[in-house]
Ligand binder design. Structure first.
Ligand code: GLV
Ligand code: GLV
Length: 330
């Protein structure tokens, strides 16, 4: 008999069909994620699961689903998965790096530009009928070309954004990261490694691409915002919680910084109410990787991980490969 798996959110039919050739597939075809208790109930008897950031995989869930061998995220970020808890129980966790890097960098750059050039604010005013005449300073924003692009979190996506800025827009790139890049990667975009205080002080446009963890919680809060230029912008395409949204809304209201572009939020899909009432922020609903081409590539990579994990193959993008070395999952 085929192993049983759960596909926790609706996905491309072609991906489901591919999985059905190998597995007994249960899938959530509704719009709503399963509540935690229902997720546990649906996982009973399942060897693997395709999940998204909406599904939380923690120790309690794993203990309630002892037959689970693999959880495969359709996302590069995996703060929804307690990886040490998975590893301790021999459960493989996988994510979808690489396939979304360029698409997500495109969106991050677009969001930064939209914030800098006040596109959303200007469009909203136009829709409200407020465009009566030309004036020299109407919606004058911050220069992008030739300015200083400051990247917090220099992984694959951070480097792809740096390339756009340096090679396409003549920006000076500074970055802060847990570790400094190899010299040849720095040289590709002329990136200069700086400490966090320098990054904040020198940024014309700060772009945050830092994975969320307890260590990165509120990396940007009131004290950090206060160190930035009043003309600077902040863009967050990483995770809600890396930025203190309450402090950010306050900084935008007080013009401590000029503008922000946010694709991710603390407590999303709820937003801190203050963000909805300040004009100088561009808000998007966690769509940085959302092109059909990239979302398909993500779903296919997650499915390839799950298939390999449950059929004795080599999962292409494991988060905790030590599980593979220890056990024969198949
Ligand atoms: C989206 O946020 C992802 O982590 O892929
Ligand atoms: C994600 O792929 C990152 O490393 O930024």
């Amino acid at each position: 008999t085929k192993p049983a798996i759960l596909v926790a959110r609706a996905l491309f039919p072609s991906v489901l069909e591919g999985l059905q050739t190998q597995f007994e597939v249960s899938s959530n075809q509704g719009d709503e994620p399963y509540a935690p208790a229902e997720l546990i109930a649906r996982l009973q008897g399942k060897s693997g699961a395709l999940i998204t950031g909406s599904e939380r995989i923690d120790a309690a869930l794993l203990d309630a689903c002892p037959q689970l061998k693999a959880v495969c995220n359709v996302a590069v970020g995996y703060n929804n998965i307690d990886v040490p808890a998975c590893t301790a129980r021999g459960v493989l966790a996988t994510n979808t790096p690489d396939v979304l890097t360029e698409t997500t960098a495109d969106f991050g750059f677009a969001l930064m530009m939209a914030a800098a050039r006040r596109m959303a604010e200007a469009e909203h005013a136009l829709r409200r009928g407020e465009w009566k005449r030309w004036s020299y300073d109407m919606f004058a924003g911050a220069e992008v070309n030739g300015s200083t692009l400051a990247i917090l979190g220099m992984g694959r996506i951070g480097r792809a954004i740096a390339r756009r800025g340096a090679l396409g827009f003549g920006m000076q790139v500074i970055y802060h990261n847990r570790s400094q890049l190899p010299a040849e990667q720095e040289a590709e975009v002329g990136a200069r490694y700086v400490d966090k205080a320098t990054l904040l002080r020198e940024a014309d446009h700060l772009v945050i691409v830092l994975p969320y963890s307890a260590a990165s919680h509120h990396t940007i809060a009131a004290a950090e915002l206060a160190q930035m230029k009043p003309t600077a912008t902040l863009t967050n395409i990483a995770r809600g919680g890396v930025v203190d949204d309450v402090a950010l809304a306050e900084a935008l209201r007080n013009r401590t910084i000029a503008a922000a572009g946010l694709d991710v939020f603390e407590g999303e899909p709820q937003l801190h109410a203050g963000l909805l009432t300040v004009p100088n922020v561009v808000l998007t609903p966690h769509i940085a990787s959302a092109t059909m081409k990239t979302r398909l590539a993500m779903a296919e990579l997650a499915a390839a991980n799950l298939t390999a994990a449950l059929t004795g193959g080599t999962p292409p993008t494991p988060i905790n490969p030590e599980v593979l070395a220890r056990t024969n999952l198949g």
